[in-house]
Design a protein around this ligand. Structure first.
Ligand SMILES: C[S@@+](CC[C@H](N)C(=O)[O-])C[C@H]1O[C@@H](n2cnc3c(N)ncnc32)[C@H](O)[C@@H]1O
Length: 248
């Protein structure tokens, strides 16, 4: 199983929860040309295709794109890295980005580029995690700390812009109107062993360090994970995301 396939089995199952709400604006405005930005393995692409949209999906990671292209032959799949997009001005009727904006260091630059490729009256919807309520992944950071492994998590460049008030302001400054941010909370119900395997194997910027440890250390982190995750075994991990939406 590749990292992207592990991502698809584990994390994409978590991130798929917001897809319905993310596509709501595009669905209501019957937008035919939709851009799925930061598509990963294609959870948004799949749902948008099912709505009858003509989907273009882009991601910075060619391994993710390989899975997305295999799964969704009816979408146009291209490699692109925000804040640069290889499209003409006003090429899309709607843009959806599920948990990508939090990975892009230049938030304002990314919003400017997304505004450029969206047609007037087109809609945009973007999600990101409320990181202090993201128990499903914070439990891994807590397990690493409990195992006393020296670890400097990668910086979170998006933190300065990740509140609803700040992000709404940024959308308005970019030229979007009717900007608003909703809060979405749910429980991520998952088999705890499968979740461990998928997150460790998928890696990603925050947790690829676990797989890089000697086997004995991995086992120690896992023992702490199992103890810390146990209270969520039946009802699931509480998680929280923000959903920003606006019109050009
Ligand atoms: C958490 S995943 C979300 C994937 C997918 N949207 C989903 O909901 O499952 C974040 C994705 O954003 C991509 N990504 C990160 N930085 C990016 C950038 N600057 N431009 C485009 N894609 C990026 C990653 O490669 C990854 O596939």
């Amino acid at each position: 199983m590749t990292n992207a396939e592990a991502y698809d089995r584990g994390f994409a199952h978590l991130s798929s929860h917001t897809v319905g709400a993310l596509l709501d604006l595009a669905r209501r405005s019957r937008a035919p040309r939709l851009l799925d930005v930061g598509c990963g393995t294609g959870v948004v692409t799949a749902a948008a295709l099912a709505l009858g949209a003509e989907v273009t999906a882009v991601d910075a990671d060619p391994v993710m794109l390989e899975v997305a292209a295999r799964r969704h032959p009816y979408a146009t799949i291209r490699q692109a890295c925000l804040p640069d997009l290889p499209f003409e001005d006003e090429e899309f009727d709607a843009i959806a980005g599920n948990f990508v904006i939090n990975h892009v260091p230049d938030t304002a630059g990314a919003l400017k580029e997304l505004h450029r490729v969206l047609r007037p009256d087109g809609t945009i919807a973007l999600t990101w995690w409320k990181s202090d309520e993201m128990t499903a992944t914070n439990v891994f950071a807590d397990a690493i700390a409990a195992a006393r492994i020296p670890y400097e998590p990668p910086p979170r460049p998006f933190t300065a812009n990740d509140t609803p008030a700040r992000f709404t302001e940024l959308l308005r400054e970019t030229g979007f109107r009717e900007a608003a941010v909703d809060t979405v909370r749910w429980r991520h119900q998952v088999d705890l062993d499968a979740w461990w395997t998928d997150i460790v194997q998928a890696g990603g910027p925050r947790f690829r360090m676990i797989a890089d440890q000697p086997e004995e250390t991995v086992e120690r982190i896992k023992a702490h994970y199992t103890r810390l995750a146990q209270p969520y075994a039946h009802e699931g991990f509480p998680v929280c995301a923000y959903l920003a939406h606006a019109t050009r």
